[in-house]
Write a new protein. Structure first.
Length: 169
């Protein structure tokens, strides 16, 4: 269950960093499974796993929970399920909107996207009577070490609360 400080930081920043949430052995297993899918051509399916078509040297897999039990364990993982329930609201059920893995070559990245100014249903949130109601809560799990020069995912603290887009956006 999130602490009082974690509740405060999530409300302020829009995210939390959960250190050592997954064991090294579990990460190794996940990476080993992903390697068995790397031979898939773009825009093909293996079972319910889809490698999407893209115009980069990156690899994008969707429906990764279909890769097996090691990925299924991530759905309600003990390291974060109580956080997810707290921030979604917990009494209305949960659903998985998407599950994907991106393997990016050096120099490739996802562009800046989303932000509170668009007021999409997914990105809306509220806090009322000491309860969070977040339309979308994401778990981002790095399967390997990511260095600053690798172009890691960046999260802009508080951007979920912005009413105006950043001028450079």
């Amino acid at each position: 269950v999130p602490t009082e400080l974690e509740n405060y930081l999530f409300d302020l920043q829009g995210y939390l960093l959960l250190e050592d949430a997954v064991t090294v052995d579990h990460l190794s297993c996940l990476n080993g499974i992903l390697e068995t899918y790397l031979d898939m051509a773009q825009d093909t399916w293996r079972g319910n796993v889809h490698r999407v078509l893209d115009n980069t040297l990156s690899v994008h897999f969707y429906n990764i929970f279909e890769m097996g039990e090691a990925f299924e364990r991530l759905i309600d993982h003990a390291s974060w399920i109580d956080y997810v329930n707290r921030f979604v609201g917990g009494d209305d059920g949960l659903c998985i909107d998407e599950s994907f893995a991106d393997i990016r070559d050096q120099g490739y990245a996802s562009p800046l996207h989303s932000g509170g100014h668009k007021r999409r249903i997914r990105t809306q949130f509220r806090f009322h009577n000491s309860e969070f109601r977040c339309g979308q809560v994401n778990i981002l799990l790095a399967l390997t070490d990511v260095r600053e020069c690798d172009g890691p995912t960046m999260i802009i603290p508080g951007s979920h609360k912005s009413n105006l887009p950043h001028p450079a956006f």
